[in-house]
Design a protein. Structure first.
Length: 154
């Protein structure tokens, strides 16, 4: 999970344009990715009850108009749901999905050199993600998370 100080300027500018549009339409911006020098923009959106094709199409149409006005240059825009293995980015994500199984990878190793943890989310406290492992409860620093995602329960 990159902090704003580490994100490229392009990403921040695009996120500042995208987030208000998406939230204004009643969706949550889960993730924003770019590749090919920003020419491909990929958004993952969510809402209570899930995302359908119509939702993705509506956001894509609206953003295409906004990007033209804001001068955001891109070749291709992809809008989709976050999927069963939804990424967890914000403290609110860890609270919202408390009780669900998640995989967390840290930037720096903890005790015993461990960087990867899989367990049940137990929310956040004091800037730390609480994760219940088979061996007990751990508290991992939010600002040291490399990435986190839900583990699909089928």
């Amino acid at each position: 999970m990159a902090t704003d100080g580490l994100r490229p300027i392009f990403y921040l500018k695009t996120e500042n344009v995208v987030e208000p549009v998406v939230t204004g339409m009643g969706y949550e911006l889960v993730d924003l990715q770019s590749s090919n020098g920003g020419r491909l923009l990929r958004l993952f959106i969510d809402k209570a009850g899930g995302i359908g094709l119509e939702d993705c199409a509506a956001v894509s149409r609206q953003l295409s108009r906004v990007f033209e006005v804001e001068g955001v240059v891109y070749d291709r825009l992809e809008v989709s749901s976050p999927g069963l293995d939804r990424p967890l980015r914000k403290a609110s994500d860890f609270e919202r999905f408390a009780g669900r199984k998640a995989e967390v990878r840290m930037r720096t190793p903890g005790e015993g050199g461990r960087r990867k943890y899989v367990g049940v989310l137990r929310g956040t406290a004091e800037g730390r993600v609480r994760l219940e492992l088979e061996s007990g409860l751990v508290a991992l620093a939010l600002d040291d998370l490399e990435r986190a995602k839900l583990v699909p329960e089928l």
